[in-house]
Design a protein around this ligand. Structure first.
Ligand code: ATP
Length: 335
């Protein structure tokens, strides 16, 4: 995921969005401001509130802000999430969805030694806009697998493994039933693997993988898979390591990248100042690595780890009573 790009100043699109998106974004920016990197933040609006105010949940100006930025930080969108985030991914051709699944101390993680990355194809498979239709008998959904998109995501997964000192990539599919489409995915996986002789490979059926994630999650380093399977397995991964307040994600394309927590706007706790900001912060750390600021990313990561390790300043989802901004302050003190 890391590029070697380093600049004197970075133009960052900041879209706080709805509900706790605003709160976790404010907390995250307050830590980024302590990192001695020159960020030029350009704020944009998107989501339910924006829709009520402007008539559209994703105004053209917001898309332009994202297009012109080096990277985008996104908080959360409520009911309009599909119209906002799916549209941004499509417009910006963000083909790779990255979900790191990592256990941290003092969380509800089922294991304390899980650390793998799910690389999910983001543009095709079963989730293609306007490809579902009602028929006389019921409904039909199309699943599209193209050589170009699958080769692109598989190469991305191998490059990620190589650049991040991972020794193995696992392809996940259902080629025994979906013989043509997933048969092709599997074939491309092993063809591309020949370009990465130093990286070990294996492939599993998706149903078996769902079980292995529970029985032996330590086996995985990088998983590459198609759109629907990646969506499901990444939520299973979130459950493995203790829930939504801790899971970041990245959407990467050739011309842009967006970093967002996996959780939504959490209307049940919005405005109370008690949202866990760590998923948003870990998303910002993925952004730092993407723009090539690895030292700052390591520093930020270590400061979060220290707060979790100490277990004194935790939000209520992790059994504590600290506020969002108190967690941010504790992290800043550890930088
Ligand atoms: P949306 O409609 O925006 O998706 P939601 O409530 O359906 O909102 P999430 O926002 O993902 O979905 O929240 C699911 C549950 O997890 C809620 O009970 C919420 O309070 C909790 N939750 C989500 N994110 C956090 C967080 N960062 N800190 C604490 N609790 C969280």
């Amino acid at each position: 995921m890391s590029t070697s790009r380093t600049k004197d100043k970075y133009n960052i699109a900041v879209i706080p969005g709805d509900g706790i998106g605003k709160e976790v974004m404010q907390a995250t920016i307050s830590v980024l401001d302590e990192l001695d990197i020159d960020f030029d933040y350009v704020y944009g609006e998107a989501g339910d509130e924006c829709g009520e105010k402007t008539g559209t949940p994703l105004p053209k100006e917001t898309l332009d802000i994202i297009r012109n930025a080096d990277a985008c930080l996104f908080g959360a969108a409520g009911e309009s999430a599909a119209d906002v985030i799916v549209k941004i991914r499509q417009e910006m051709k963000m083909f790779a969805n990255l979900r790191p699944i990592k256990s941290y101390p003092n969380t509800n993680a089922l294991f304390d030694d899980v650390d793998f990355m799910i690389v999910r194809e983001n543009t095709e498979g079963l989730y293609i806009a306007n490809q579902e239709k009602l028929t006389e008998d019921g409904a039909i959904a199309k699943r599209i697998i193209t050589k170009k998109a699958e080769k692109r995501i598989i190469d991305y997964a191998f490059d990620y493994a190589r650049d991040n000192n991972k020794s193995k990539v696992t392809a996940v599919h259902k080629a025994n039933v979906l013989k043509k489409s997933d048969g092709l995915f599997k074939k491309i996986f092993y063809e591309e693997a020949e370009n990465y002789p130093e990286i070990e490979t294996e492939d599993f059926y998706v149903d078996a993988t769902a079980m292995y994630l529970i029985t032996q999650p330590q086996n995985f380093e990088v998983i590459v898979t198609t759109n629907l399977f990646g969506d499901i397995l990444s939520d299973e991964g979130a459950g493995l390591v203790g829930g939504l307040g801790l899971i970041p994600s990245a959407n990467i394309g050739k011309d842009g990248a967006l970093f967002e927590p996996v959780h939504g706007s959490a209307p049940d706790i919005a405005g109370e100042g008690k949202a866990n900001p760590i998923a948003m912060m870990l998303s910002a750390i993925m952004m730092l690595r993407y723009i090539g600021e690895n030292d700052a990313a390591d520093k930020f990561d270590a400061a979060i780890l220290k707060v979790l390790d100490e277990g004194k300043t935790l939000t209520s989802d992790l059994g504590g009573s600290a506020s969002t901004m108190e967690v941010a302050e504790a992290i800043k003190n550890n930088l």
